[in-house]
Design a protein around this ligand. Structure first.
Ligand code: ADP
Ligand code: MG
Length: 726
């Protein structure tokens, strides 16, 4: 049976439940293999990692037909013992791990003993290997985890060669999708390029079968920058800066990052992020996003960055066992680590921005020179070492959110004046070779237009406030109080969170993590709930409301595929909502507002014009995810009156005691506790999720300066003057 074929359906509709059967082991293995080896490039990654684990100093990769016909990886590592060959490709056979606890300290890339086995379930694997001191090597082929024949002696050069042929020959659907989709070869080249940048003492090569030109060819070197130059070209290296961060406070250093990041001159449409954590090539979406936002905040409209970063942490702080292809790892204190890296990059970029001005002058086009001279004048006042701090009257005013001890700090302003220069530079700078920037499927131009709109509407003064403010506390149900330099502002939490969520919905577009609802929620019922309180539609037996719910459910079902792909809102065939997007990490929207959201989505989204559709859908998401006040009224202060129990209930049994009851006894304690928890939770979220994320991501639009979203309430200089007089 082909595991890609749908299983025969037993029972059906309202009949008897289908029988549960145990799957044959070969089917189980093939399903598991399909997870580990998702595509040809994942097989290449596993094989190359095995070669590196085997201590190889040369690794050569040859690929035919995007890896579907042939993948061959040869290395000069320690080879495989003859006596291990029979179990080499069985599932869970490995030389790298023996007890579960070893995972805590593992430094090899493999540990599950699944990769080779998986390949034999979905392809034809042949291994040729020789160990040191032997006169000849052995060759043996595998199918479904076992040897097809006894190992045959053969001539061999040092190390191991693994050949995988006809990948996914027995998974028709997978093979078809891969054949139809783009060739995997660019992905393979990309992997090898990344390995070559990190493992600088290994020679890598990667070529198409039959071609004598290698697409990656790296020679071992002692210098990282040489390795990057070798693989990505001199034009990239010219615009890179070295960066280093470590955990300076800790007694024994536990975190260390070093790498290279692009400066303001670098130009590319897509981020290149080469991330190694404890020498493992991994993805970390939250880190990548944080970095991208630092770039877009400091260098608005600049290009996407190039990042090579190697992070080292104690092995016990990294959980390597959370992803089937080991593509992701989980870190202890991830937020803190991201914050440190983000701050370091921010600092580096701000400094490099000043440097760039002088570089630009040297280019000597008159327009550029003029622009930079203006900029220079501008920076005189605001350079980090400038004299601005002297203008602030009292040393007691705390102005730096990151420095509670009261150091005065001046901030960098005026990013907007760089915009014109940037576009001039675009034409003279080289772009990374295009094959390393395959077109992103989610890069629809309407979405880009909306993102550009956000950039054009950005208010740089407010951006500075948002980035560098200190959170003081919530002021009332809607406003929070913040301090920026010596000024206090009230910020409308609902407005800013709505905008933040809208922007995030567009930024994460097509790339969301998902919140799985514990049970599928029927859209019709949700919409009926939302319509219930709508007095404008008066209808005795709810006929009209039912119709509205019905029509909107159908609309959403029709557009289900699209909203799932772009916004990760998943609606099943029967009109149930099953998944929502993660718009901000660690944040789930208030589910009391879900009914209203489904109705808005059906009713208010423009489905036929792409750009309007994205805008209105993102706005609906923004409104749902915004930090509205909880539905239960705020119980603090006089609000507590609202939680008094109904007098009529009190009247019946407890009348005798009534006069002796204190106020507290009349309160519905359960409801009150619920309300208090909701408000406390909101306050916590505003401080610990909303404001930190705003610092990172929000691009406040100009309208917010005048529509009451930000209101200046006091200037501390003036307050201090008043105090001095007292
Ligand atoms: P894992 O890498 O998780 O141990 P694999 O299925 O990738 O599992 O490999 C199984 C074992 O085969 C490894 O533990 C290693 O001992 C051996 N092996 C695989 N590839 C090579 C290689 N290129 N050189 C030497 N030994 C290898
Ligand atoms: Mg392995």
């Amino acid at each position: 049976m082909d595991v890609d074929d749908p299983a025969p359906r037993g029972g059906g509709g309202g009949g008897e439940p289908p029988r549960i059967r145990r799957l044959e082991e070969s089917v189980v293995n093939r399903i598991a293999a399909g997870e580990v080896i998702q595509r040809p490039s994942s097989a290449v990654k596993e094989l190359v990692e095995n070669s590196i684990d085997a201590g190889a100093s040369t690794v050569s990769v040859t690929v035919k037909d995007g890896g579907l016909k042939l993948i061959q990886v040869s290395d000069d590592g320690h080879g495989i013992r003859f006596e291990d060959l029979p179990i080499l490709c069985e599932r869970h056979t490995t030389s790298k791990l023996s007890a579960y606890e070893d995972l805590q300290t593992i430094t090899s890339m493999g540990f599950r003993g699944e990769a080779l086995a998986s390949m034999t379930y979905v392809g034809h694997v042949t291994v040729t290997t020789i160990t040191e001191g032997q006169l000849h090597g052995y060759r043996v082929s595998y199918r479904d985890g076992v040897m097809e024949n006894d190992p045959k002696p053969c001539a061999a050069v040092k190390g191991t060669q693994v050949m995988v042929e006809n990948l996914f020959y027995n998974m028709v659907a997978r093979r078809k999708t891969l054949q139809n989709s783009n060739d995997d070869y660019p992905k393979i080249v990309d992997f090898i390029s990344r390995f070559a940048v990190h493992h600088i003492n290994v020679n890598f090569s990667c070529r198409k079968h039959g071609s004598n030109r290698a697409d990656v060819h790296s020679a071992s070197t002692s210098s990282r920058i040489d390795a990057i130059r070798n693989v990505y070209g001199a034009s990239v290296v010219r615009d890179l800066m070295e960066i280093e961060v470590s955990d300076e406070n800790a007694v024994d250093e536990i975190f260390r990052m070093d790498g290279f990041i692009s400066n303001a001159n670098y130009v590319a449409k897509k981020t290149t992020m080469i991330l190694f954590i404890n020498d493992r090539l991994v993805d970390c979406t939250s880190l990548k996003r944080a970095i991208e936002f630092v770039y877009s905040a400091i260098l608005p409209q600049a290009s996407k960055p190039f990042i090579y970063m190697s992070i080292n942490l104690p092995p016990e702080h990294v959980d390597v066992n959370i992803h089937p292809t080991k593509k992701e790892v989980s870190l202890l204190n991830q937020e803190r680590i991201i914050e440190m890296i983000k701050d370091a990059i921010e600092e580096k970029l701000m400094n490099c921005n000043t440097t760039r001005i002088f570089q630009t002058q040297a280019v000597n086009t008159s327009a550029l020179t003029q622009a930079s001279t203006q900029k220079e004048k501008g920076t005189e006042v605001n350079t980090p070492t400038g004299a601005k701090s002297q203008k602030i009257p009292s040393q007691m005013v705390r102005t730096d959110p990151r420095d509670p001890s009261g150091r005065l700090h001046t901030y960098w302003h005026g990013q907007s004046s760089n915009l014109e220069k940037k576009s001039d530079l675009v034409s003279v700078r080289n772009v990374v070779r295009s094959r390393r920037n395959p077109k992103d499927a989610g890069d629809l131009s309407s979405r880009h237009e909306l993102l550009t709109e956000i950039d054009t509407n950005l208010h740089s003064g407010l951006l500075d406030i948002v980035k560098n403010c200190t959170y003081v506390g919530v002021a009332d149900e809607v406003f929070a109080l913040i301090q920026h330099n010596t000024r206090l502002y009230l910020v409308n939490v609902v407005n800013v969170s709505k905008e933040l969520m809208y922007q995030q919905a567009l930024c994460r577009f097509g790339n969301f993590n998902a919140i799985q609802l514990s049970e599928p929620a029927p859209l019709r019922e949700l919409m009926m709930m939302a319509l219930k309180d709508d007095e404008s539609i008066s209808d005795e037996n709810d006929k009209e409301k039912l119709e509205i719910a019905e029509v909107n459910t159908e609309i959403l079902k029709e557009n289900a595929e699209m909203i799932n792909e772009y916004f990760s809102i998943h609606i099943d065939q029967s009109g149930n909502l099953t998944r929502l997007p993660v718009v901000l990490d660690q944040y789930t929207p208030d589910m009391d507002r879900l009914p209203e959201f489904t109705l808005t989505l059906g009713n208010d989204v423009t489905w036929d014009v792409e750009r309007d559709c994205f805008r209105t859908a993102a706005a609906a998401i923004g409104n749902f995810y915004a930090l509205h006040p909880p539905i239960l009224p705020n119980p603090s202060g006089n609000g507590i009156q609202l939680y008094k129990k109904n007098k009529d209930c009190m009247a019946s049994g407890e009348r005798d005691n009534d006069s002796t009851n204190t106020d507290e006894d009349e309160i519905d304690q359960e409801l009150l506790a619920e309300a208090e928890a909701a408000w406390a939770q909101r306050e916590w979220t505003i401080q610990h999720v909303l404001f930190p994320s705003m610092r990172l991501f929000l691009k406040p639009p100009k309208s917010m300066a005048t529509d009451g979203t930000f209101v200046q309430v006091a200037s501390l200089e003036k307050l201090y003057k008043i105090f001095e007089r007292c």
